[in-house]
Design a protein. Sequence first.
Length: 386
Amino acid sequence: MKALVLDIPRKDWESTQGMSFVDHDPPELRESQDPADASRVIIRPRYTGFCGSDKSIWFRHAFKEPIFDSLAAEQKTRRICGHELLGEIVETGSYAGSHYGYKAGDIVSTESHIFCGKCHQCKIGDAHVCSDHKIIGISTDGCFAELVKLPAKELWKTDTNRIRPEVAAIQEPLGNAVHACSRVDLRGRTLAIFGCGTIGLLSILVSRAMGAACIIGVDPNPKNLELAERLGVDLPIQVSREAIQDTPHSPDLEIVNTIRNHCFGEGVDVAMEMSGSNQALNTAIASTRAGGDIVLFGISEGDYTLSNFQEIIMHGKSMHSVIGREVFQTWYTLSNLLQSKGHDLQDKIYEVILNRGEGTVFPFLEFNRDQFEASIRQHPKVILKY
Ligand SMILES: [Zn+2]
Ligand SMILES: [Zn+2]
């Protein structure tokens, strides 16, 4: 089968880019050799989404250690990438069929964090922070391939009569937005989203559907802000590149004042940091009113500096971190939101974020590296079609 893989030695990480489109042995269910295969299925992908994390692998910005450490443990040299999936089950292990009820022909998406089911967090229903999880396409083989083997317990049945397939393929990143927007109550609240990349844009739609009254989008990139406006942001704010250069950590006071002026002179009820920028984090904190909440999602490697730390405590501001999706509460919520007639989430995702498929949907078997790289640089979300 064809697969899109990372197949470089660890030492070449810094000096290379991209992924390779190669011939690869297909996965098989062999219960006699590996009893765990009884609870797994083989899936033929129909559509897969190219994630921000895949982009970080492509450009070698992150995930070096988990990829190479897991390859070493499996004694393998190439990792099949990809974790945003809509596909059809073609074969089920005996337990996946008898216990989970899956059968060939079922259409499924998947949670991308394979949780252990045994650790403290898994036992108390917090599988999204499992101590021993694997990430599909990073620490175990993923779905940029003609076939993928996955555990039945991770799958999410999807009705493509109700959810259009291109949108169903990106339920996993939509789940990040749903998780972030579920962290605190948004009903009737003012919200500022720092970073209008893929998850920031999805969060505009989700927060609106969950009742946010006023949504402010902050980003240095005018193209991202244009998309944010098309998705219904109330106030777009462009970060000036000079401000980023001058003061690497301290809050951008012009933005803080603009946001305060828009919200009773006090600041937003809730800020979401979705850019990974240290300065954006400090601007987000300073733009939040006393007693408000800051939801943390964006990440960069290394240390961060918090400006005016004592004010966070003196003003009673709360910070909440968001990773992955709550399994499976987030999936139920996102499924309900996608099928709700009130918010046109599917249409807006398809028309604005996926640009109606123009320049964003590529046939997997005709993978063209240069064309694909140009597209992932340009669009918030790119899809592979099988
Ligand atoms: Zn993803
Ligand atoms: Zn666990």
